[in-house]
Design a protein around this ligand. Structure first.
Ligand code: ADP
Ligand code: ZN
Ligand code: ZN
Length: 713
């Protein structure tokens, strides 16, 4: 012990419990104790020493001595050996109690340590700041706030006057929301263009008028600017800030500070924003609540949609979930008990499109009836091609949807059959023609296309199958003179490229837009009257039980891009090219009948004992070989078998993932299932000690992770 620590020990006699960023594997499960000169309120940000490092930490509630293992202070250290807090970032208000409650809940539920989760959802920039630099930054921020407050408020009445009168359906929904003030969850079900966003705006207005803050979650960064613009236009005198990982670090910190200080009235963000500290929170909106992007896929694998509901309960504020195709979980929660549902949420519907815009008529092309030569000659069936031609002649726009980027998913040697596999993954490398590269979409490994077959030297290597890049090229050939454009993750890579492409579409400079699911979401295209899904069948036969649900949502979303403008809506069409025209998914799509589709899917889920009628967790293991990964899963399965049986938890056999090797790592998983959520939770938290213990026993195990409520299995 050195001199300075001795000194501290005599002065500082307040003990505080602190969480730091310690992953579950390190064994630092709980809070760590430190000494401080004065008593620190829970929620204070501090810098503390840990080993030789200096870490940002948060003062947490002291663990209950009788509390769960999770909270046990390991080897509770005597005061003598405790180290002192380095400094307190006390220019900041403490993080609200409700915020800590949310983080604690999420950490327990998703099987992580509270410190890991808490620090992961704070702006990264915060870790770099000392108390002094933070204080300076806050002074600057407050000065700027004072200046901007002096300019502003005059526009508000004009914006209010300009907002549309609610439609009859919107008025009913708004009345229902206003009438039942008790904090609750509402599922707002309405097709694209039915005016859901307008309902969010009105509800936000009510919250802001009551002096509260509103939190609005969207699934993707790309969708924030559009929605942000709409909120700013409606509330010009209010402070609207965005929170997502695309912001510059300093900007993200500033927006987060504005939220915490109560200066931001409206926070708009992606999944991480569900953790924005908001002292005056009055409303939570989750737009496109079904979207898989709300589930974090690494670290703490939380669902922001589910946490929004939890947060609403903790803070006693209403939660509004909106979607044209709600997740089956939410739909089940919103179905009344009499209809076999859980009756937990209120359901409100907006049945028709604003302004009478019609949903497109479905045209199904039976690909199995087309002659082979035709299939080979064109990616689009002749009647679809003709329909595209008509739209172009009429000056209308079309959208062709193919959820696969690149030129072709694989290259093949015409002589020996060599295919462009990835040497590091059990997957093909995709051919990208623009830069003549073969790129693995799993590990990123890229090479120039070889001149000749690496196996036999044959110079004739051919693309097999089709991605958006090839589709764009083929459409340009098949529709001479047409202006064909493409939007996907490849074209959008350069910053600003996506905005530019979208602008061109809106300005009418594009006749046919080719794209992946990137163009399916949110965009308000006014002149599109035809949408086509070129190859939507794959999801029908996926091993993932959620694939049909996702595909239906996606196709309905794509359909929603057509006929948004009443002027062009008549005659709007959606074309589907399929080998399985009789599939019930397409029948439901034809009628735009989400409820019927949901009901048939829920019947299947009930019969199969799948969510929402049972609850799942996945245990994943990565290793250099499948034997090691699966061996470890088997060992922890055996070690947990007795408890599992007692709690009626089913442990399935370990299996490789569908793409089993990525970047030379073999991946395996094991499904854990239980009808009761509390029993599953109980099992998982007790099992965690086993997982940690067995980790050290299995040589060659690289990592493991628990995914609670996994989206893809
Ligand atoms: P959604 O969020 O369900 O896709 P929006 O709220 O974006 O629907 O509404 C679709 C379009 O209709 C938008 O251009 C919006 O400005 C407009 N709109 C919404 N509500 C009304 C209304 N009550 N009167 C007139 N136009 C409306
Ligand atoms: Zn060859
Ligand atoms: Zn790879």
């Amino acid at each position: 012990m050195n001199a300075s620590e001795l000194e501290v020990r005599t002065q500082a006699d307040h003990r505080c419990a602190v969480v730091v960023d310690a992953p579950q594997h390190s064994g630092l499960e709980s809070t760590l104790d430190y000494l401080s000169e004065r008593s620190l309120a829970p929620g204070s940000l501090v810098r503390v020493p840990l080993g030789r490092r200096e870490l940002l930490g948060i003062v947490w509630d002291r663990a209950e001595p009788s509390g769960r293992d999770l909270w046990r202070v390991r080897d509770a250290p005597a005061t003598m050996t405790l180290r002192a807090v380095i400094e307190v970032l006390d220019a900041l208000p403490v993080l609200p109690t409700a915020w800590r409650e949310l983080v604690s809940f999420a950490a327990t539920y998703y099987q992580r340590s509270p410190g890991e989760l808490a620090l992961a959802v704070l702006p990264p920039e915060l870790r770099k700041l000392s108390a002094a630099t933070l204080t300076r930054r806050l002074v600057r921020l407050r000065t700027r706030l004072a200046q901007s407050a002096a300019a502003g408020a005059v526009h508000e009445p004009a914006a209010r006057a300009a907002r549309p009168e609610p439609s009859a359906e919107q008025a009913l929904a708004l009345a229902a929301l206003a009438a039942d003030a008790s904090a609750a969850v509402t599922l707002l079900h309405g097709s694209t263009g039915s005016g859901k966003t307008e309902v969010y705006l009105r509800e936000a207005e009510r919250a802001l008028d009551a002096g509260r803050q509103a939190l609005v979650l969207v699934p993707e960064i790309n969708l924030t600017p559009q929605l942000e613009a709409r909120f700013i236009e409606r509330f010009p005198a209010r402070r609207v800030v965005s929170l997502h990982s695309g912001l510059a670090p300093a900007q993200r910190l500033n927006h987060w500070l504005l939220a915490l200080l109560g200066e931001a009235d409206l926070v708009l963000g992606t999944r991480l924003a569900v953790f924005a500290p908001l002292p005056r929170l009055g409303l939570i909106v989750v737009d496109e609540e079904h979207d898989p992007s709300y589930k974090q896929q690494e670290g703490a694998r939380y669902s922001a949609r589910d946490l929004a509901v939890v947060r609403g309960r903790i803070e006693q504020v209403p939660v509004l979930l909106g979607s044209a195709t709600p997740s089956l979980e939410s739909w089940h929660n919103a179905l009344p008990a009499a209809a076999g549902g859980a009756g937990r949420y209120r359901r409100l519907s907006l049945a028709s499109r604003i302004g009478g815009g019609a949903l497109p008529t479905l045209k199904v092309v039976d690909m199995s009836r087309l002659p082979r030569e035709q299939l080979r000659a064109s990616p689009l069936a002749p009647p679809l091609l003709a329909a595209l031609g008509q739209r172009i002649a009429r000056g209308e726009q079309s959208l062709v949807f193919l959820n696969r980027r690149g030129y072709a998913p694989v290259l093949q040697c015409t002589e020996c059959g060599w295919q462009s596999g990835c040497p590091h993954c059990s997957a093909w490398r995709v051919f990208h023609k623009l830069d003549r590269s073969l790129r693995c979409h799993h590990c990123g490994f890229a090479e120039r296309v070889p001149r000749a077959c690496p196996d036999c030297g044959n110079a004739d290597i051919q693309p097999v199958g089709r991605g958006t890049e090839r589709l764009e090229e083929q459409l340009a050939e098949l529709l001479p003179g047409a202006r064909v454009a493409r939007i996907d993750a490849d074209t959008a890579r350069r910053s600003g490229a996506l905005e530019l492409a979208l602008q061109r579409v809106h300005a009418g400079e594009v006749d046919v837009l080719v794209g992946t699911q990137m163009i399916a979401k949110g965009h308000d295209f006014r002149r599109i009257t035809l949408v086509a899904a070129v190859n939507p069948d794959a999801a029908l036969f996926s091993s993932d039980f959620r694939a049909p649900e996702r595909q239906f949502a996606l196709l309905l979303q794509v359909a929603g891009r057509a006929g948004r403008d009443a002027e062009h809506a008549a005659g709007a069409e959606m074309w589907v090219q399929t080998w399985h025209p009789q599939h019930p998914l397409y029948a439901a799509l034809r009628r735009h009948d989400y409820a019927a589709f949901a009901s048939s899917q829920l019947d299947e889920r009930r019969a199969a004992g799948l969510p929402p009628y049972a609850h799942l967790a996945l245990l994943r293991a990565d290793a250099r070989t499948q034997a090691v990964a699966q061996g470890w899963l088997q060992a922890v399965s055996e070690a947990g078998a007795e408890l599992a049986q007692r709690l009626q938890v089913t442990l399935y056999s370990p299996v490789p993932l569908s793409v089993q090797r990525v970047a030379d790592v073999e991946r395996a998983q094991m499904l854990v299932e239980c009808v009761s959520r509390p029993a599953l939770q109980h099992f998982l938290s007790a099992w965690r000690e086993v997982l940690q213990g067995k980790r050290t026993e299995q040589k060659g195990l690289l990592r493991w992770a628990v995914d609670v409520d996994p989206l893809a299995i």
